[in-house]
Design a protein around this ligand. Structure first.
Ligand SMILES: *Cc1c(COP(=O)(O)O)cnc(C)c1O
Ligand code: SF4
Length: 358
């Protein structure tokens, strides 16, 4: 298995550093095949890995934290429990590719393409439809919908990965939404800083700068994804006054323990990225092997509180099935409550009484 996957890396070494840093080269040379025994998995859930991300995998261990996120697993076909569209995004689309679930926010599903096919992806149902972009008509329809609804203040341009568009096409999309007076902020949801950091160049950063306020949300799931390259990519974005928030997914074998999560979140702060959400893995068909019990997430948050900068602690959220929306899950600190008195247990396990006001 490792031999098959080693080919692109050898190729790269021959081609030299110049091409390695070209994001188009990274996409053109992405790994899209797998050993025969995984063919049936690929038919349903194709593989797509940039040589850059592949080069970060350190071991042949199937639960290596980076390997598990990108290399297909036979487990994906065994999973009978999940849904293709667990968040019922398709039900909440008033126009094609625009999810309107909350009154003031919309999510633009900007394409079917990502720089990597993450094996745990909520939208893996879309992959087999091919790597297609949205047409200008699709974009115009979404823009028209938003322009007619003054309540919408926040437009999230998200996955597929909008950074797979050329900078000019991306600017076309952003500008259209920015030109709507009542749209206050634009968020870009992208995993490019993690899986294709070469994409984040000065040209892109200076384009984004013109459309601020923009917020960029990304998805680092493990400390090993914080590299010289990903740090540089984040720095380019930060240096034009755009904040970066991280939305990790809690994944079994990848980051489902307090130590790994703490290292990741500390590492994120050190590169100027704020841990925003830790997602409970959605009940997606083909990703069941990544799921952890709800308790795991709250235990991790509880272990972090008090021991690491509060800025490093994300909100642990579960996105409910049937489009129920996100619910934050907090560890319980109240031990007992009577009249105005509450007893709390702090991070050291000490019991402390607090007297409330009227
Ligand atoms: C997650 C999500 C949002 C954004 O939620 P925030 O809590 O504001 O980050 C918006 N729309 C949809 C459909 C979502 O799934
Ligand atoms: S980058 Fe996001 S949308 Fe794209 S495959 Fe990965 S998890 Fe899914």
């Amino acid at each position: 298995m490792s031999q098959v996957y080693a080919i692109p890396i050898i190729l790269t070494q021959r081609l030299g550093q110049k091409n390695w840093n070209d994001w188009c080269w990274q996409l053109k040379n992405a790994i899209t095949t797998a050993p025969k025994h995984l063919n049936s998995v690929l038919e349903k859930y194709p593989v797509f890995i940039t040589p850059y991300y592949f080069s970060l995998i350190k071991s042949n261990d199937p639960i290596d934290p980076l390997r598990a996120q990108c290399i297909p697993s036979p487990e994906e076909l065994k999973d009978q429990s999940g849904e293709d569209d667990p968040l019922m995004e398709n039900k909440f689309m008033p126009v094609p590719w625009l999810v309107h679930r909350y009154p003031d926010r919309v999510l633009v599903n900007s394409s079917n393409m990502c720089a990597m096919n993450c094996r745990h992806c909520t939208r893996k149902r879309e992959w087999s439809k091919g790597r297609v972009m949205r047409s200008l008509l699709d974009i115009d329809r979404m823009v028209y919908y938003v322009s007619r609804r003054k309540k919408i203040k926040d437009v999230i341009i998200s996955g597929g990965d909008p950074l797979l568009y050329s900078t000019d096409r991306l600017e076309y999309i952003i500008k259209k939404f920015r030109d709507i007076k009542h749209v206050e902020i634009i968020r870009i949801g992208t995993r490019a800083p993690v899986v294709l950091p070469q994409r984040v160049d000065s040209h892109l950063a200076s384009m984004l700068k013109r459309y601020r306020p923009i917020w960029l949300n990304t998805q680092f799931n493990h400390l090993s994804e914080i590299t010289k390259e990903s740090r540089l990519a984040c720095d380019k974005i930060l240096s034009v006054g755009i904040s970066i928030n991280n939305q990790s997914v809690l994944l079994k074998g990848v980051n489902d323990n307090a130590k790994t999560m703490t290292c990741l979140c500390r590492g994120l702060l050190s590169i100027g990225v704020r841990p925003y959400y830790l997602y409970q893995c959605d009940i997606v068909k083909g990703a069941g092997h990544f799921r952890t019990p709800l308790l795991k997430g709250t235990q991790i948050i509880k272990a972090m509180r008090g021991r690491v900068s509060g800025m490093a602690i994300p909100h642990f959220v579960v996105d409910l099935p049937d489009g129920g929306g996100k619910i934050p899950l907090e560890p319980k600190y109240e031990v007992k409550s009577f009249k105005k008195k509450t007893i709390f247990k702090n991070f050291e396990g000490k019991l402390i009484k607090y007297e409330d006001t009227a």
